[in-house]
Design a protein around this ligand. Sequence first.
Ligand code: GLP
Length: 241
Amino acid sequence: MEVIIVPDPAAGGELIADAMADLLRRKPDALLGVATGSTPLPVYEALAAKVRTRDADASRARICQLDEYVGLPCGHPESYRSVVLREVVEPLGLDEEAFMGPDGAAEDVAAACLAYDRALAEAGGVDLQLLGIGTDGHIGFNEPCSSLASRTRIKTLTEQTRRDNARFFDDLDEVPHHVITQGIGTILDARHLVLLATGEAKADAVAQAVEGPLCALVPASALQLHPHATVVVDEAAASRL
Ligand code: GLP
């Protein structure tokens, strides 16, 4: 695992956008796995800026989603599908055909999970998966105690994660209890994992993921198993390393 400490979130965004631009030079139709939350926004802003200045060509890029809330009505502004379309797909000038994600509004959620896991493999696998980290060490929505071999499936959110994510909703009661998430095994199938963490609130989770034991209690520690994992942290998130 490579750990890179950057001075601030903008520098982390620039560094990861550079890695994505390089990948797209080598493989123009690369499948980029993206994460939601506040942390990766500087990456998407930096990559979109590179596309505008023609320092990156994302015209054939494909984008896939890491996780999704279950039960939000189709088109809800905080469904991760809406967020990824708004924050990533549209700013890169891509249309919806370039995007794939799990169907959180499916009647048969278990079948939707299986279908998404299969679709990722049939698309040739994820070339670069960007990850954030929850304050409890989760990746995607794989909460503590998730199997390190898990595949895409339905999960129940912890109260801590619901509270952390309540800022995107009007009220805590509106935050769904259930989600679909790529499993840890699914995430580990990506060719390159890049985790970005910024801010003091992530310092403990980062220290446990990077320097703690490999352990289902800290799902992000699964990156220790991956042959090509990069952890990019600002100085605040690196403060307990
Ligand atoms: C959610 C997402 C994760 C993300 C996490 C942290 O739980 N499912 O993929 O990493 O939030 O979000 P933030 O970057 O806003 O702290």
